[in-house]
Design a protein around this ligand. Structure first.
Ligand SMILES: Nc1ncnc2c1ncn2[C@@H]1O[C@H](COP(=O)(O)OP(=O)(O)OP(=O)(O)O)[C@@H](O)[C@H]1O
Ligand SMILES: [Mg+2]
Length: 284
């Protein structure tokens, strides 16, 4: 890896441009960033800002029109590296239907592992463990096509997590789920991160982002901001300019301030917001 030849770097974008065709605008323009091993990065941006294009470039499913993408020290434009890159990078899409390949849930979870040539006992252990964690054991004999969208998304995640990739990208992976289903996906994300995996969480819902983490904001195919959660919450104009809706707690605070409440601090969560309001009301 040239400029980012730090051994701790696992994703490196160097002046990346991507176009889906000659007569369309650039989907990405001059994108530069590095992600370190074990990091948790949240990518946010409005519709069409280039988030999914970045995800596809990371997995080697798209190759930059100009510039370079490296996964660990391998450039994605080299076809010899693609097999290894695609094994190291797991991508959970918004639409789980795209990821179903087998006729039972259990076969679908084990599909990728069988191609790795692991011993059958190891495959069985990993498959059972992941199905237990994602509440899929009760439906293991069912045809995945007839699962609910939430169950399908858990199945898609199971099929990826069971492969133990080094980087997992979640592209709006919980946007079709109810709050409980979204929480299961989020818990799994946290668990994979704890196990040492690098997490790239793509979303436009600021209420579901990890508080306190690194945020990369995309606008019109360019990186508009790359910094801490605290920094961007202190400069919410950037979020509004990118067409994003502020987190619920921030919107409540702003509405209360408009009504004359003097709430100086910006609360990260609803619980913190409630504490601030109680403090204000009781005058302490
Ligand atoms: N298959 C495609 N063919 C042509 N243009 C495309 C294609 N996929 C995406 N684009 C264009 O590339 C740009 C970036 O799209 P992308 O899907 O990466 O955005 P996004 O941030 O993921 O949006 P969303 O929030 O809607 O998922 C958009 O202008 C989009 O219209
Ligand atoms: Mg997208």
């Amino acid at each position: 890896m040239p400029a980012g030849d730090d051994v701790t770097t696992c994703i490196f974008f160097e002046n990346v441009y991507y176009s889906y065709g000659e007569h369309v605008d650039w989907a990405l323009q001059g994108v530069n960033f590095a992600v370190h091993r074990g990091e948790w990065v949240t990518m946010i941006g409005g519709n069409g800002s280039g988030k999914s294009t970045i995800a596809l470039l990371m997995k080697g499913l798209l190759i930059p029109t100009n510039g370079k993408v490296y996964i660990f020290d391998k450039e994605t434009c080299n076809p010899e590296h693609l097999g290894e890159i695609r094994q190291k990078v797991g991508l959970v899409f918004q639409n789980p239907d795209q990821q179903i390949v087998c006729l039972t849930v259990q076969d679908d979870v084990s599909f990728g592992l069988e191609n790795l040539g692991l011993p059958p006992a190891e495959i069985e252990r990993r498959v059972n463990e992941i199905m237990r964690k994602l509440d899929l054991l009760a439906v293991k004999e069912q045809d995945p096509h007839f699962l609910s969208p939430g169950q399908k998304q858990k199945l898609a995640l199971a099929g990826i997590a069971v492969m133990e990739p080094e980087i997992v990208i979640f592209d709006e992976a919980s946007s079709m789920l109810d709050p409980q289903g979204a929480q299961v996906i989020y818990n799994m994300m946290a668990e994979l991160h704890q196990q040492g995996m690098t997490i790239v969480h793509i979303t436009h819902d600021l209420d579901e982002i990890e508080i306190g983490g690194r945020i990369v904001l995309l606008k019109e195919g360019r990186i508009h901001f790359d910094g801490s959660w605290e920094e961007i919450m202190g400069n919410t104009k950037l979020l509004e300019e990118a067409g994003l809706c502020l987190p619920f707690a921030a919107r409540i605070r702003d509405a209360l301030c408009k009504e004359g409440f003097d709430l100086a601090e910006r609360a990260a969560t609803l619980e913190e917001m409630a504490k601030q309001i109680c403090k204000y009301v009781s005058g302490k």
